[in-house]
Design a protein around this ligand. Sequence first.
Ligand code: NAP
Length: 676
Amino acid sequence: MINVESYVAGQWVAPGDSAQVIKSAVSGEEVAYAGIDHVDTQAMLAAAREKAGVALREMTFHERATKLKALATLLNDNKDALTELSFHTGATRSDSAIDIEGGIGTLFVFASKAKRELPDDRILIDGDTEQLSRRGSFLGQHIYTSRPGVVVQINAFNFPVWGMLEKLAPALLAGMPSIIKPATVTSYLTAACFRLMVESRIFPADAMQLIVGRPAGLFEQLQSHDQVSFTGSAQTAFALRSDPHLLKHSINFNAEQDSLNSTVLGNDVDAGSEEFDIFVNEICREMTTKAGQKCTAIRRIMVPDAMKIDVADAVCAKLASVTIGDPKLADTNMGALVSQAQRDDVVEKSTLIASEAKLVFGGAPPDVCGADINTGAFVSPKLYLCENPDTAEHVHATEAFGPVATLMPYKNITHAAELVNRGGGSLVASVVTEDAAFARDLTLACASHHGRLYFNNRHSDEESTGHGSPLPHMTHGGPGRAGGGEELGGIRAVKHHMQRTSVQGSADILTGICNSYIPGAAQDNSAVHPFRKTFGQLSVGETIKAGPRKITIADIEHFAEFTGDKFYAHMDEEAAKANPFFPGRVAHGYLLLSFAAGLFVDPAPGPVLANTGLNGLSFQKPVVADDSISVTLTVKSKKRRNDDYGEVRWHVVLHNQNDEQVASYELHTMNAFAKS
Ligand code: NAP
């Protein structure tokens, strides 16, 4: 029997008298005792805000990312022990992999994206500089900074590990401590994972705390910088987000709710084709993975009217081959629901669906392998066929949170889209088709009602990630019924935990704030060529000017011969003149870039290791023969990559002999920490 402890202000707190007994979903035996009597929410919030938050905010994004990766590595080393516990929740080994390895993978992805996409800094620049005045002496820049608050994370029972980790990763990267409240029924698994993280001391103490049970009194003490991230049913979300204190103080409430997700068979698909098999397999996988207890699971299946019998027969045949039973057994495809109460709920919700649709699979109690159907929360998958989906209500509105789905025929693409959108806002809809025009039309009709649209066919199937998988790189959430929230989406999720502010001022002030050179700011003419300086020696704003170099007609012709680029604008005076952009024959843009490099490069071996690319190249004014170009190279920003080298971004501008800007771009180099 596990005593599931909460973690409050650095102390482990045992369950109290009000704790509930949690039973194994498989055997019915008592597994855990969970529920705290009293939470010292004041101490908890003080520890988060005054200690952990301060320590987190002192770190750069990269320092937080390094710790996140260490956390992921630690959990990866312990995943087998977590999987053992997970069997009690009714999850099979592959269900647990989605939850546990999926959660760990999410940490790894966030850590690596943060290293690549965020600066080694504490301020994140958002978008381009905006020129707010005519002469450019007053500018605007959006930035993100960490909020001095705490995020309360309330999770659903079905993903005890992934649910915690997918919220924790972006919060920690953003510099926000978390108070985690897992669903009680699977809290023993969340708590086991949580304990590993806390005891590792990888993150500052109290950067994460845990409340097992109801967080009474917590909401009333939240402040405007705090945030609530909720996952669960629409009903609970509504009750919590209506809290007067949250509303009064504009406390951000992100909700991931239930959703009546659909899948659509394209009208180009024939029975027996590869797409048909993909469609049927995905439906069965979605119905049976985690015994259908997935917020993204397929609940509604739309097929062309002529295909409904073929699809129903194929899905029934596939469901008939599913082995239900003890999730520990290798042959088991579908385990148990999380509890007897959940089974009762699924049965009750199925009755509502049955009032509008015919049951075509799952009428009898299932054969259960290696477990007792009377003590475990086992159910059969249930497939319904609704012949009149236009007049039906429950099939579009009732989430039976188990292996239950309803098939419905559509007449044409407009009708299919109408049915899909009857979900009132969903997390995901999938479409199996080879017809890109069908995909576009459905996107135009349904994207507004969905957080994610997933298309699959024979060309993508092998590597596709599955209808039901939220990915750390892509946003997870959906409008309307699905809660209107947005999680994941890579760095977007980090930004959700930060404050965006527009800062306005001169180029020098903005450069100083952002630690990134903004054109117009003072440039520091370097006495030593910057290519001779190590990564650490270079500073933002450091500049060299080089040139001029005269461009001759011979240069243009030589470049044309050498590269093969004999575009008429470089070679034919009359034709070039007829072009509205050119006064006559002009130099190749790439010739200008090459000459610029020839002007600013310091050739001897040194700290510059490689030119890794350029961004934002634009040619602003044509350069003709006898013009002279000069180049200005300024250190824009620096980002450490590892202990040996870092990336330097250079602001490069080319001018002609009249001091008119003819081209600009951002050059990237890798620079060593040590002189070679
Ligand atoms: P739930 O009953 O709504 O509970 C969700 C969480 O809210 C649990 O931690 C629960 O704690 C807590 N809670 C309930 N009442 C509360 C209160 N008054 N104050 C504070 N916390 C409270 O949902 P569930 O049964 O755990 O999960 C299943 C539902 O979640 C399904 O509808 C599913 O679609 C949805 N879901 C959505 C997503 C998504 O990303 N959109 C993901 C997974 C699941 P207790 O356990 O202590 O009651």
